[in-house]
Ligand binder design. Structure first.
Ligand code: CDP
Length: 248
């Protein structure tokens, strides 16, 4: 969040945002499931100008062996931002930011992955950010969720993620880069299909009533994302289902 936020114009005379969206509108999302043949599951996702690729491996024997857990699979999540994904080249390799995002994203999935089905195994989720335009952690979670399904990992439901924030005094959904840079607050969340919130982070300041408004709006955003995720799954997998062969 920048201190020169007062100089930035976030809305036009019709109340639309700099990219033409209404305050409660998310950016367009495009999804392709199963793009990598060597991974057990994969997903390429574009959200606005964000481009991310998720790959899932496993369940497979966890290595090193000391990381194995007797009664369940371990879940590992690696979020990585490519050097070329941002305006100023990102320094390659792990950073405090990527470690933090990897940790909270793994925690966002832990409640939905049925890990006790695979003792001593590892489920690896890798996400590469190819192009970043604010909201990469939420884009990555949405892609990872579908890559898990593509890998056949048993889950209790999809995880959908979206950010909400405050710009120019207004609560808006799914911040783009200028809004993220110069806005007053940014709050990414992840949510399960049955409405449980598995990630909440916040950068900036919101009053308690603004926070409530933001939480309400962002859950609507997650529901919109969920519908898009489900449509992508239908497109990928429904073609293989013969609906005429009804099971008695
Ligand atoms: O991407 P996300 O909103 O989840 O995380 P952020 O830390 O709030 O970063 C917001 C945006 O800043 C990213 O999406 C990138 O567009 C940009 N960024 C960057 O240009 N260089 C970095 N080293 C990190 C982030």
């Amino acid at each position: 969040m920048s201190s020169n936020q007062n100089d930035v114009v976030f809305f036009d005379e019709n109340g639309l945002r700099t990219d033409g969206r209404k305050p409660d509108e998310i950016r367009p999302m495009k999804i392709k499931i199963g793009v990598l043949s060597r991974a057990n599951g994969s997903c390429y996702l574009e959200w606005g100008a964000n481009k991310v690729l998720a790959a899932v491996y496993g369940p497979r024997e966890a290595h090193p062996k000391r990381t194995q857990r007797a009664g369940q699979a371990i879940i590992r999540y690696r979020y990585n931002m490519q050097s070329f994904s941002v305006e100023d080249r990102a320094r390659p390799g792990p950073s405090r930011r990527s470690s933090e995002i990897s940790k909270v994203s793994r925690e966002a999935f832990e409640p939905v992955i049925i890990s006790d089905a695979y003792p001593k195994a590892a489920i690896d989720i890798f996400v590469e950010v190819l192009q970043a335009d604010a909201g990469t952690r939420t884009a990555a979670i949405n892609a990872a969720s579908l890559a898990l399904v593509d890998a056949g990992i048993p889950i209790r439901g999809l995880v959908s993620a979206c950010a909400v924030g405050k710009v120019g005094g207004k609560i808006v959904l799914d911040l783009n880069k200028p809004e993220d840079n110069y806005g007053e607050a940014d709050l990414p969340i992840a949510m399960t299909e049955d409405g449980k919130i598995t990630l909440v982070q916040m950068d900036g300041n919101l009053s308690p009533s603004e926070f409530e408004e933001a939480m309400e709006l962002v859950q609507k955003g997650c529901r919109q994302v969920l519908e898009i995720q489900k449509a992508a799954l239908m497109e990928k997998f429904a073609a293989n289902i013969d609906f005429d062969e009804t099971v008695a």
